[in-house]
Write a protein that binds this ligand. Structure first.
Ligand code: ATP
Length: 216
């Protein structure tokens, strides 16, 4: 099985890389492809341009043999919808069951995703904890869990959801953007080459003013 891990990666941080490596080991996945949500349709536009986020993602995965950066949503026009990415993947690699990796905070919003009910026809879902950001799951998502939830993924099958109890790091891109803007240390939260890239291109430097004027 192959893992697909989607995100705006604005910027990609140690929490993402740690989660990907943990899941890869726990599920013995051949590879995990980090799919850049270039133009997300269901949330605020990212702060950094697609090109910057893509370069940072490439830098972050470079030192991990089992990780790869995936540009399928960068190349596609229009909004980046996970359902399109999964259908494209399945058409390209029939028989290779994708496991879509998702944090619990994002899983709790699944019912706002484009054609969300069709997702289970295209992949398995692996839900990881999001320390510091646990969210209540709405009834529709709870129902999906009751229908598709399993204790272990069965190989060769599609439409399963597994919750993985793995240690995760409490890091968020929002917090990193705030730290950069406020001049606080952030280097310990990101891969070295990503820090260098952020500094070289002056990303996320817009300063915070008041809570109401948050510019993260
Ligand atoms: P932002 O703060 O801008 O919302 P983020 O840190 O949540 O960003 P995203 O790119 O939005 O990062 O997240 C991509 C995916 O990674 C989502 O499924 C999210 O739940 C998950 N994720 C993000 N950070 C972590 C973490 N520290 N541990 C586990 N999963 C994470």
């Amino acid at each position: 099985m192959i893992g697909l891990y989607g995100g705006t990666f604005d910027p990609v941080h140690n929490g993402h890389i740690h989660a990907a490596l943990q899941v890869q080991q726990a599920l013995s996945l051949r590879q995990i492809r980090l799919v850049l949500a270039a133009r997300p349709g269901h949330r605020q536009p990212p702060r950094a341009d697609v090109e910057h986020r893509w370069q940072m993602l490439r830098l972050a995965v470079a030192e991990h043999a089992v990780l790869a950066a995936d540009d399928s949503e960068v190349k596609r026009r229009g909004h980046s919808y996970t359902i399109d990415t999964l259908q494209e993947f399945n058409a390209r690699q029939p028989g290779d069951v994708p496991v879509w990796i998702i944090g619990q905070d994002a899983f709790a919003t699944l019912d706002s995703w484009h054609r969300w009910r069709e997702l289970m026809d295209c992949c398995n879902l692996a839900v990881v904890d999001r320390p510091g950001d646990a969210r209540a799951e709405p009834p529709s998502v709870q129902q999906m869990w009751r229908t598709h939830g399993v204790r272990r993924l069965e190989h060769g099958k599609i439409g399963q959801i597994v919750r993985l109890s793995l240690p995760m790091q409490q890091v968020s891109a929002t917090e990193i953007r705030r730290k950069v803007a406020c001049g606080e240390p952030f280097e310990h939260l990101l891969a070295g080459p990503v820090c260098t890239y952020i500094r070289r291109h002056g990303l996320y430097t817009t300063r915070c003013r008041t809570a109401e004027e948050t510019v993260i």
